[in-house]
Design a protein around this ligand. Structure first.
Ligand code: SOE
Length: 397
């Protein structure tokens, strides 16, 4: 810890895939960026004592616990980082904010609009006391995405007309893939829609600065039964020999209408054979277009329609210059960032906002806006793809 910085003691609740990624962020950010206060990886919490002890040892947390309620009440904890399945986000976040802890909560914010409203209300109340909360839409911290937003804000794309946002993976193509919590509605809220479609929705709204006002969509589950796990809560483990019901979508498709009048098409699939982690965004306007693909995350394609017609074309910009967002803390130009760097960038933004006494973004209100879009897509699918309003949150912009 730098000599004069204040310790900011963190408790992380949960220790799965996102627990590993967030741990990396907490550990690396203070070594890369200048922060007024220094995160301390104090305690990690999980239900299974040997498993959480192993996670603490592996990722470098000072202590471990099986009781999140006890931990969020502790006087020596300043920040609660929630990386549990969505069904527990609301209860933990509301308790932590009431106990005066800053909260970082994984996406989607909750499993329903009702829960997200309670969380956003608690977050606004806490902010009045200088206690802040933020949603973990980590891909906002990919430098090329943050740079794309800058280009849109500078007017380089002109009037926005069309957005195409896709998040495509293929880990559920195999019908024998195990039935984990991500395939059960009671834990995850939805399937591809909330797990990865939420990122596409957030990025589309973040880069354009324009909320989605209405959607028409369809959801589909292609494999309705999968091998059940032996673990009691169905969170992880090995196959038990039985099969259980998949209660969420494998594929979500929808069109969306933005407040500006631009139209968007969205795809979220965990069954798109051959696509591993293809989060793609293409935005086109009267003066230009941008195109991004997370599988090529260090670059952004930019088409400048104002350039001479004979030299015009999509240009690949390597987003690794010191002047690009987040890059000043990292490596010399061209030395490429990867998946985990965004989690350090996220910690940098979160802690910097807390230090400055400002609301970090994305706020819980922004998380609520995404939740409204998810719920509207679900409702639209149930009603034969009718157009459903999302009632954008006024505080969105
Ligand atoms: C976390 O942000 C997350 O959405 C995971 O839940 C997805 O499964 C992952 O593939 C992308 O990141």
């Amino acid at each position: 810890m730098p000599e004069f910085s204040r310790p900011l003691r963190v408790a992380m609740i949960g220790h799965g895939f996102m627990g590993a990624a967030h741990s990396q962020g907490w550990r690396v950010a203070p070594r890369v960026f200048d922060l007024a206060s220094s995160p301390v990886m104090q305690v990690i919490v999980g239900r299974n004592s040997p498993a959480v002890a192993a996670a603490a040892a592996k990722w470098g947390w000072a202590e471990h616990s099986v009781d999140w309620r006890d931990v969020v009440e502790r006087d020596d904890i300043d920040v609660v980082d929630i990386v549990t399945p969505g069904n527990s986000h609301a209860e933990i976040a509301v308790a932590a904010l009431a106990a005066g802890k800053h909260v970082l909560c994984e996406k989607p914010l909750a499993n329903s609009v009702e829960e997200a409203i309670v969380m956003a209300d608690a977050s606004r109340c806490a902010a009045e006391r200088g206690i802040f909360s933020m949603v973990g839409f980590t891909y906002r911290r990919v430098p090329a995405i943050a740079f794309a937003r800058e280009l849109v804000r500078e007017g380089k794309l002109g009037d926005l007309r069309q957005v195409r946002a896709e998040y495509l993976q293929d880990w559920l193509v195999d019908p024998e893939a195990l039935l984990t919590w991500r395939m059960k509605k009671e834990f995850a809220g939805s399937g591809a829609l909330g797990d990865i479609g939420a990122h596409a929705i957030d990025l589309a709204q973040f880069v354009t600065g324009d909320p989605i006002e209405a959607v028409s969509g369809i959801l589909r589950t292609f494999v309705s039964e999968r091998p059940v796990l032996e673990a009691p809560h169905g969170l992880s483990g090995t196959a038990s020999g039985q099969r259980g019901e998949v209660t969420v979508d494998d594929l979500a498709l929808f069109t969306g209408r933005f407040r500006s009048g631009a139209l968007g098409s969205f795809e979220a699939s965990r069954m798109r054979t051959g696509r591993k982690n293809a989060l793609r965004l293409e935005i086109s306007g009267s003066l230009g277009s941008i195109s991004f693909d997370l599988e090529r995350q260090n670059s952004l394609q930019f088409y400048d329609a104002t350039a001479r017609s004979t030299t015009r074309g999509f240009t690949e910009i390597l987003v690794t210059e010191p002047g690009h967002p987040y890059l000043s803390g990292w490596w010399p130009a061209g030395h490429m960032l990867g998946y985990d760097h965004s989690f350090s960038n996220q910690v940098f933004d979160f802690v910097s906002a807390i230090d400055a006494g400002k609301q970090p973004r994305p706020s819980f209100d922004e998380g609520l806006q995404v939740q409204r879009v998810l719920a509207a897509v679900d409702e639209s699918s149930d009603s034969g793809s009718a157009w459903i309003s999302t009632i954008p949150v006024p505080a969105f912009a």
